[in-house]
Design a protein around this ligand. Sequence first.
Ligand SMILES: CC(C)(COP(=O)(O)OP(=O)(O)OC[C@H]1O[C@@H](n2cnc3c(N)ncnc32)[C@H](O)[C@@H]1OP(=O)(O)O)[C@@H](O)C(=O)NCCC(=O)NCCS
Length: 178
Amino acid sequence: MTAAAEAFVGGPHLLHEVHPETATALGTLWLAVTRAGGAVGFAPDAPEDEIHAAAEQAIEDVRAERQQLIVIGADDVFIGTVFLRRGAGPVVAHRATVLRLMVHPDLQGRGWGKALLDAAVAHATDLGLEQLRLSVRGGTDLLTFYPKLGWTEVGVFPAALRLGPGDVRDEHWFQLQL
Ligand SMILES: CC(C)(COP(=O)(O)OP(=O)(O)OC[C@H]1O[C@@H](n2cnc3c(N)ncnc32)[C@H](O)[C@@H]1OP(=O)(O)O)[C@@H](O)C(=O)NCCC(=O)NCCS
């Protein structure tokens, strides 16, 4: 993205309308983040079509109001995303799961990851939620990212993530009381 294009980028904002290009924008970002080693549901060498299919499904879930999407970017180019999925059912409706916090690899380290997470927390607070949760891949420096922003590590599922033969990671769960 050029500096000129960057100047027109907006957000973070809650995505209210899904456009035909929304899933492609998400898939393109998700692929770039995955290839750079980001911990967002795939191993770095995951097939491109699987990532785009996951993006289609994620946007379908937004359209169906099963989850909400906060973005930095324009309609057809996303710089960063975070999803919020509210608990489905009476005993978990007071909480939501934060998913797919990611910023384009070329644009990390400028405060946009924190801005996205702050926006998710603010939106969850507006919805009257009481608690947020998220999971983090073991063996990454993200284990220090969330505590710096006020999140508490509450538990670990040992060997819960298999990235490939011989690469099995723990899954760390974090919580934020709102
Ligand atoms: C995690 C991520 C979203 C952070 O976004 P970012 O825009 O680079 O982060 P920010 O610039 O807002 O940084 C906020 C703070 O966190 C720190 N930080 C950023 N990335 C970090 C990381 N991976 N590990 C530890 N600390 C990190 C920054 O140094 C900064 O600290 P400071 O305020 O003391 O200077 C981004 O690195 C990313 O997209 N990673 C790949 C996808 C991924 O793995 N997502 C996590 C899913 S659980």
